[in-house]
Design a protein around this ligand. Sequence first.
Ligand code: C6P
Length: 410
Amino acid sequence: MTAAVIDPARLRRDFPILTERVNGHPLVYLDSAATSQKPEAVLDAVLDYYRSANANVHRGVHALAERATDIFEGARLRVAGFVGADPRGVVFVRNTTEGLNLVARAFAEPRWGPGDRIVVTEMEHHSNFVPWQMLCDRRGCELAVAPLGEDGRLDQVQLERLLAPPTRLLAVSHVSNVLGTVTDIAGLSRMAHREGVFVCVDGAQAVPRVPVDVAGLGADFYAFSGHKMLGPTGIGVLWGRPELLEAMPPFLGGGSMIEVVTPERTTWNEIPHKFEAGTPDIAGAAGLTAAVAYLEAVGMPQVQAHEAMLTHYAYEVVGDAGDVTVYGPPAADRSGVLSFNLQGVHPHDVGTILDRHGVAVRAGHHCCQPLMRRLGVAATVRASFALYNTVEEVDALGQALGDVRRVFGA
Ligand code: C6P
C-alpha cells in the first residue's frame, strides 16, 4: 500500500494566515522552524476553551473546573500517545527552553560537580547549550563540545571518545534547526547508556517533522515546543523517564506541585504535577490537543515525506554551486531546513529583499552561535518548510533570489 501524499493546496485552506498578502505579494511562509502557522482547528480549540470551559484546573469541584481539568489532562494523554510516552512522564512547560532548563536544574545540578563532565554538541541551539554551560559554571563540572564532521553530522569517533568517563550526560538535538541534520538518537542512546551516560534530547525541530517515539528512541529526557508543531505559543513538553522524574526534586515551588505544606516541611505532589507549579497554560493545552489531532490526521510519515521532497527541490532551486553555499548534509539526509549564503551579500540583506517579494525566511545566527563559528560565518539565510508549503513557493524563493542577485550585482 502506498502512503497518501500530502496535498498542500487542500491543507492550506485550514490555515487562515496563509491567504495574507505581504508587500503586495501572496505570503510565502518559509520560516516554520521559527514557529509554525496554526490551523483553524487550533484557533477554535483555544477560543472554545475560553468560551465554554474557562476555569482553573485540579482545584474546583464545580462543573467548569472539571471541564477545564479534563481538557488539560486530556491534552497530556493525547500528547503522550503522539510521542509514544507514558503520560506520567509528560510534564507541561512553557517551551523547549524551559524543559531543558528543568533537566539542568532539577536533574543534573543536585547530582554532579567537580570531576564530572557534560557533553553538548557543536550544532546545539542555545537552549541546549547555555543551560549546561550555566550548570557547569555553578557546579564546577567540565563542559565538552562534540564536534561536527565536514558533512554536517556528528563526528562519531570523537563523540564516542567524549562519552567515556567522567561524562555523565549528553545533551543533543534530534534535528538541527540550522542544518536540518537528523541525528540517530536511538543509536546514540545505546552508545551513551553503555557508558552509564544520560541522554537529554532537544526535540524542538523533530516532533513537528518526523515520527517520534520516545520509548523507542531510548533517551532519558526529550523536550519540545507546541508552537513549532501547529500548536499555540506558551506550551511545551518535557518528557522524562518516570523513574528519573520521581527521584528528582521539584524545579519551581508553588501551588499544584505540593502534597502537604506545613511551616516545617512540604511534601511533593506525584509526577508529573510535581513539576507543574502554578496555573498552567490550559488554553494552550486545548490548542495543543487540536494540533496533535491535525498532525495525526495528516500522518507524520506523510509530513516527513512532504518536507523531504520540498527540501530536496529547494536544494536544486537554490543550488549549491557558483555563488551559493548550502550548509549541512546532502538533501537526502536532512529534514525540512535549508541554510545557505549568497556570496558577497549579507544574509540580512537577502532576507530583506526576499521579504519584498512576500517570501519569509530567517536570516541570522539562529540562536546557534557556536555552530556559526564552526561554519566560519556570522549568519546564514534559512528556508524551512512545513506540511502546508508547496513547490510553487520554492519556485517563488528561487525567483526572489534572482532579484537579490540583480540588486547586488551578484
Ligand atoms: N528555534 C528557530 O528559528 P523555544 O524557543 O523554547 O520554543 O525553542 C527553542 C529551540 C530549541 N531547540 C531548537 C533546535 C530550536 O530550533 C529552538 C527554536 C527557533 O530556529 C527560534 S530561535
